[in-house]
Design a protein around this ligand. Sequence first.
Ligand SMILES: [Fe+2]
Length: 165
Amino acid sequence: MKLESLHELFVEELQDLYSAENQILEALPKMIEKAQSPDLRRGFQSHLEQTRGHVRRLDQIFDQLGKDVDRNGKTCKGMKGIIKDGEDVVKAKGEPEVRDAGMIAGAQRVEHYEIAGYGTVRTYAEQLGHRDWAQLLEQTLQEEKDTDLKLSQLAGHINIEARAA
Ligand SMILES: [Fe+2]
């Protein structure tokens, strides 16, 4: 990798997030299927729809960056690892309530990773003078933060069910 400008770094980080979001799109249906709590299932379902919107926002920016930038040019290895750890929990046998609590823990790792990434690219976009891109990225950042908060709230009662299991 060669990085000569903040613009190049911005593109790299954006490709990383594009890969991460697409990996999440693949992982969420399995989590929805395995979630025992109806609240958690609904939460994952609504985040799946939200995630499609996150990909569309990134697509809007890539469309403006033009043909020279390959939006699928990178695989986010960090997200790959987080999802792989999460898959071990999704496949785990045993008490469904405990598995639910474990899936929340994995989903919050995903959110924190995304929050870090979106905070960075939002700030780069501002510094590069692209307020429109910064606004799009800020919207996604807020949705990731909201999801993280909702997961914490769900954990409040699901962890107690897991303890009772
Ligand atoms: Fe996202």
